[in-house]
Ligand binder design. Structure first.
Ligand SMILES: NC(=O)C1=CN([C@@H]2O[C@H](COP(=O)(O)OP(=O)(O)OC[C@H]3O[C@@H](n4cnc5c(N)ncnc54)[C@H](O)[C@@H]3O)[C@@H](O)[C@H]2O)C=CC1
Ligand SMILES: O=C(O)[C@@H]1CCC=N1
Length: 273
């Protein structure tokens, strides 16, 4: 099995982040194929040197691995439209689509195929993505190795053995950049009120998030201990943390992650038939 080309069916925000991350990490643009039904998007990708398929079937024919990257609501129709090209060409199927089980994809493609579900996130754009992966039982080690090559090129990966855990990956990583952007938006607003300029706030807050993230990933220190190390007794940080605790930060975060998880389960129930 040789894996030389990768195709993206639907090249919007998420596929775009992966594609740009892959190019930045040295993947040859011409080996990346895309088909998006939006002409402007196709033109934009062509300008970056990617190979543009004439239509979805043409994409399948040119792809050793095919990434399904349309919205969950459109996946059934999309899969059914490419079923015969997939049956003929048999690309490795990688799906980044939230909530849709591998079994539904196989059924809509009318085929028993190796399918890898991936829940990536948009920091893949800057090669700092986090992707959870699940392989169905038809995947061989070389299929998993190929998926690892792609998603390691744009960040860190973690395999899950139980497909249900993709819901948890969605709550902890796929959707999670938005939580941190939301937190940064709130911090920036206050920093401006406290006299910093927008650019100063962006630099200081962004770098602080990056620094805290690097400490989590690159040291073995307990996260709670790292938080305590910032808090001088009766100092400034302690007051901020007391304020978060008084405002029930654990409940706020728990509610948000549960809402995310529950919506993922709900979408599965609504869309997987
Ligand atoms: N945006 C994110 O942060 C993440 C998104 N995902 C998943 O990625 C998938 C795509 O999401 P986004 O990129 O955010 O959406 P998007 O709307 O930005 O991109 C979807 C693209 O698919 C194209 N498209 C739709 N139907 C098509 C068809 N039949 N043939 C060709 N192109 C078609 C659209 O024109 C659009 O450009 C979703 O299933 C989502 O659950 C997963 C993880 C993170
Ligand atoms: O919001 C969504 O449904 C998609 C899936 C994970 C991130 N974005």
């Amino acid at each position: 099995m040789s894996m030389n080309t990768i195709g993206f069916l639907g090249a919007g925000n998420m596929a775009g982040a992966i594609i740009k991350g892959l190019i930045a990490s040295g993947f040859e643009a011409k080996s990346i194929w895309v088909f998006d039904r939006n002409q402007d998007k196709r033109d934009g990708w062509a300008a970056l040197g990617l190979s543009i398929a004439k239509n979805a079937d043409d994409l399948v024919i040119h792809s050793d691995a095919l990434v399904l990257s349309v919205k969950p609501q459109g996946l059934k129709e999309t899969c059914e439209s490419i079923a015969s090209a997939v049956a003929d060409h048999k690309p490795l199927i990688l799906s980044v689509v939230a909530a849709i089980p591998a079994q539904s994809i196989a059924q809509w493609l009318s085929a028993s195929l190796p399918i890898i579900r991936v829940m990536p996130n948009t920091p893949s754009l800057v090669q700092a993505g986090a992707s959870g992966l699940f392989a169905n039982n038809l995947c061989l080690p070389e299929h998993k190795a190929f998926a690892e090559t792609v998603f390691r090129a744009v960040g860190r990966i973690s395999w899950v053995e139980d497909e249900q855990l993709i819901h948890s990956v969605t709550a902890a990583a796929g959707s999670a950049p938005a939580y941190f952007f939301r937190f940064a938006e709130a911090m920036s607003k206050t920093a401006l009120e406290q006299g910093l300029t927008e650019q100063q706030a962006r630099t200081l807050i962004g770098q602080t998030m990056l620094g805290a993230a690097k400490m989590i990933l690159e040291t073995n220190e307990d996260i709670g201990q790292m938080r305590k190390n910032v808090c001088s007794p009766n100092g400034t940080t302690e007051r901020a943390i007391f304020s978060f605790n008084d405002d029930q930060i654990d409940t706020v975060v728990n509610n948000a992650m549960k809402a995310c998880f529950d919506r993922s389960v709900e979408l599965t129930d609504l869309l997987s038939q």
